[in-house]
Design a protein around this ligand. Structure first.
Ligand code: FES
Length: 236
């Protein structure tokens, strides 16, 4: 093997002719400092970045448990328009765990989906089923409008235009001892059939209902069999 080739492959910086080389060194000082600085920078970024990322994404991965909460009395609601209510969907994380619901009384003339004790009041989630922006109810048009990409929903929360992949999610409602309660969120397909809650952007028609995981902590089952316990009587 030629001598200069041997020198190029030597572990000593001096043999390799590196700038700043010193006899006996295998890594010169500049390179050593570069490695140390980059390592320290990486640790600092991780120290600041990971907790922030965890805080931001934590609620996203938190599975919804669902609970019942009082949203008013029957006279607060009517069949013709929606009342805005703030619900806590993930307890313990403040405003990040709150969601807006648009609530009205069921109108048998237009609410033709199967009727039971959990939909005497129609409570629609304000989360757009495209990417999750908050939709706004426009009274004059009787439409829900999403400001992000032009999604439009009709009075019943069905998609009327734009990119949303399914109707607005709903909350179970329940009238009990003179109060109206809102319960866990559920999702619906384009026929307004109930499914366990899914994330925005996940269609529920056809094969879509099998592709995306439920956001409930229990596996998807017939929707009303895995509801939390009925609401407690207020004041007891
Ligand atoms: S998030 Fe509503 S249309 Fe895109």
């Amino acid at each position: 093997m030629p001598a200069d080739r041997h020198k190029k492959s030597s572990k000593y910086t001096l043999d390799r002719g590196m700038p700043g080389a010193f006899e006996g060194e295998t890594v010169n000082r500049r390179r050593f400092m570069n490695v140390v600085t980059q390592g320290a920078g990486g640790i600092a970024v991780a120290a600041f970045g990971l907790p922030a990322l965890g805080f931001a994404l934590g609620p996203v991965f938190k599975i919804e448990q669902g609970s019942w909460q009082i949203i008013g009395v029957p006279d607060d609601f009517n069949e013709l328009t929606y009342v805005t209510k703030v619900l806590t969907v993930v307890p313990g994380i403040g405003e990040a765990g709150q969601s807006i619901a648009y609530v009205r009384k069921r109108n048998p003339a237009i609410d033709t989906e199967p009727h039971d004790q959990f939909n005497n009041y129609i409570a629609l989630s304000s989360r757009c089923m495209h990417l999750g922006c908050p939709v706004r109810y426009v009274l004059a048009a009787e439409r829900f409008i999403c400001p992000c990409h032009g999604g439009v929903y009709n009075f019943r929360g069905e998609v009327a235009g734009g990119p949303p992949v399914r109707p607005l999610d709903r909350f179970y409602t329940y009238e009990h001892n003179g109060y109206v309660y809102a319960g866990p969120r559920y999702s619906v397909n384009s026929e307004l059939q109930r499914f366990s809650p899914r994330d925005p952007g996940e269609p529920l028609d056809g094969i879509g209902q099998y592709l995306y995981p439920s956001r409930w902590s229990t596996p998807p089952r017939p929707p009303t069999t895995n509801l939390p316990a009925p609401p407690a009587v207020p004041g007891t």
